[in-house]
Design a protein around this ligand. Structure first.
Ligand code: FAD
Length: 315
């Protein structure tokens, strides 16, 4: 069975959920091999984690020589590993960094690239939502090693024991890959809530909140969810742009999306319509968002949400 490389998504060795989703998808294509580019002293811990989700092999690449640069050295390291392992496919998380690495890698390997897949089946054949969510497309790479970036929440992670054989890989990084240096970086302010694009549940608010996001945040915290917003709410200055869901904001694909006081404009839908279950609260029963929902409540969010939050908190 051919190897399928899965690039581990992590922060300083803390493995993020999309990694387990990619390993689950990789099992449909062949034997998953995790690739951890990170601190050498975290490699053993990471290997134990990914092994539990089916990683047969774990390639560890010490990031000390790569640190301080943007993504080019990582792409070069992956190129060298791919040339050695000849994998059937390479799966990469659809983060901003993941997509940049994937693009560079595709050029280096002269391979086809598919970004933002929401499903990957045998082939590999991917599913993507395109043109602001108006079309769902099945696609296949026809040249080289398929390189596929996959959006968070595209699969439910399934535990299954892999061999987890650790193999250190030491790439040779060229001077050409070290031309863009990071001069300063600031960690994002912690909100205590999950990251919007990775959250299993997203509770969003729109113009209907009237600028009061307390009911949205209350429900989000009761559900362990991330908070999102429509562009109207962001443009009004009620929420930062990093919370915006939609065509010109973030694309989310959670298990549950709760849209509150959001009309359901096409540009908003483009960022959330691949959510597995959609719930809306809107006082206008004609709101277009109701065309999309699995469950809708016609009512004022300022009364519906506190009541729902209270009920959930009782359980
Ligand atoms: P509205 O359309 O004003 O809807 C408010 C809703 O709240 C209404 O349905 C109303 O019935 C309901 N409501 C009011 N009061 C209450 C209450 N008390 N309780 C319950 N319901 C209530 N939009 C995005 O969201 N994301 C994008 O990325 C994005 N990109 C865009 C890109 C372009 C190029 C353009 C042209 C537009 C873009 N938009 C985007 C804007 C989009 O077209 C809509 O204007 C926007 O989504 C509307 O936001 P809204 O639903 O919050 O506001």
């Amino acid at each position: 069975m051919s190897e399928v490389l899965v690039v581990v998504d992590h922060v300083d060795g803390a493995v993020k959920k999309p990694t387990y989703e990619l390993l689950t998808l990789a099992k449909r294509l062949g034997e998953p091999s995790a690739v951890f580019i990170g601190p050498a002293d975290k490699a053993a811990e990471v290997a134990e984690k990914v092994k539990a989700y089916g990683a047969e092999k774990v390639y560890t690449i010490d990031d000390a020589p790569l640190k301080g640069y943007l993504v080019a050295p990582k792409a070069e390291a992956l190129q060298q590993l791919a040339e050695k392992a000849s994998p059937a496919a390479i799966l990469i998380p659809s983060s901003a960094e993941g997509k940049e690495i994937a693009g560079r890698l595709a050029i280096k390997l002269e391979s086809g690239l598919i970004t933002d897949a929401v499903d990957v089946q045998e082939g590999p054949v991917t599913t993507q939502s395109v043109f602001a969510g108006n079309f769902t497309v099945q696609a296949k790479v026809t040249k080289g090693t398929p390189i596929i970036t996959v959006k968070p929440n595209s699969a439910a992670p399934e535990e299954s024991a892999g061999a987890g054989a650790v193999e250190e890989f030491t790439p040779t990084i060229s001077d050409g890959a070290k031309t863009a240096q990071i001069v300063a970086s600031q960690p994002r302010q912690a909100t205590g809530r999950p990251e919007l694009t990775e959250a299993a549940i997203v509770v969003s608010g729109g113009r209907g909140t009237g600028g009061n996001f307390e009911p949205i945040e209350g429900l989000a915290d009761a559900l362990g969810a991330a908070v999102g917003a429509s562009r109207a709410a962001v443009d009004s200055g009620w929420m930062p742009h990093s919370f915006q869901v939609g065509q010109t904001g973030k694309t989310v694909s959670p298990q549950l999306y709760v849209a509150n006081g959001i009309s359901g404009a096409i540009q908003h839908r483009a960022g959330m319509q691949t959510s597995k279950t959609i719930v809306a609260v809107n006082k206008d029963e004609e709101a277009p968002m109701f065309e999309l929902v699995d469950f809708g409540v016609v009512g004022d969010l300022h009364t519906v949400l506190p009541a729902a939050t209270e009920e959930i908190n009782k359980r």
